[in-house]
Design a protein around this ligand. Structure first.
Ligand code: NAD
Length: 247
């Protein structure tokens, strides 16, 4: 799964799944543009990526602001791999959600990946080589309680993944998605009444995932090992338990 000579931009790379992706892509030989918001966490991630044997730089940007996303793309420069990882998943019931809640989730989870593809994929197409990996969620295909806006943002991202795979594939750019199940990250550390471990117990593997287990699927899809994989949403969710017959 070598990525030597490639440059990868990973959004939300200073924590959770994005951090694990940044370290794994660097270990595979990529130069990594680490995106985040916090300069201190950015510097630490760059250090960790370098310790993993790669090279990295940090670019700060607020993904909920389209102009800032465009600036991020300009500062990242020419990239061969784009990992749209960053996302927010607040728990908000339909009748409690404000316009601002709606806009923040849709803009961060759906518009930012769209703008990054608009800005960065033309360069990949002109070089005839590139890979985009979008991090979705099981909530895109199975409605999750009080996470309707979130699920809609990820369902939109999955639709775009399949559209872009078709639009760009013949010109050398593959687009795929990873759909994680419950994963131990900074964002899920204080999740729900039973926590992320409780959600993990509902999977067929009966446990939550570590961020590295999601990142390895992202790394595979970004790499030449997945050269004939395009338009796929890879479930990395521990498996769905069978429906048990009622006694
Ligand atoms: N952890 C899970 O159980 C799980 C399950 C399914 C899908 N996902 C998806 O995986 C991705 C990563 O999740 P995670 O759990 O690692 O998240 P996390 O909260 O641990 O980390 C997300 C990173 O994105 C950054 N980010 C969020 N909003 C931003 C913004 N407006 N501008 C710039 N940066 C921003 C955060 O600062 C953070 O560094 C998300 O897209 C999430 O929806 C996670």
């Amino acid at each position: 799964m070598t990525l030597s000579g490639k440059t990868a931009l990973v959004t939300g790379a200073t924590a959770g799944i994005g951090y694990a992706v940044a370290v794994q892509l660097a270990a595979a030989g990529a130069e990594v543009v680490v995106h985040g918001r916090n300069a201190e966490r950015g510097a630490k991630t760059v250090q960790d990526v370098e310790n993993a044997g790669g090279s990295a730089c940090f670019v700060a940007a607020d993904l909920s602001d389209a102009d800032d996303v465009r600036r991020l793309a300009d500062e990242a420069g020419e990239v061969d791999v784009l990992v749209n990882n960053a996302g927010i998943y607040p728990v908000i019931a339909t009748f409690d959600a404000t316009d601002a809640d709606f806009d923040e989730q849709i803009n961060t989870n759906l518009r930012a990946p769209f703008v990054l593809v608009q800005k960065l994929v033309p360069g990949m197409l002109s070089r005839g080589d590139g890979a985009v990996v979008n991090v979705s969620s099981v909530a895109a295909s199975r409605p999750a309680a009080d996470a309707g806006i979130y699920g809609a943002s990820k369902a939109g991202l999955e639709l775009l993944t399949k559209l872009w795979a078709d639009e760009f594939g013949a010109r050398g750019v593959r687009v795929n998605g990873v759909s994680p199940g419950p994963t131990r990250t900074a964002g899920t550390a204080d999740f729900g009444p039973d926590g992320i471990e409780g959600m993990g117990r509902t999977t067929a593997l009966a446990r939550a995932a570590d961020a590295d287990e999601i990142a390895s699927a992202v790394t595979f899809l970004a790499s030449p090992a997945a050269s004939y994989v395009n338009g796929t949403i890879l479930d990395v969710d521990g498996g769905r338990p069978a429906i048990r017959p009622v006694a």
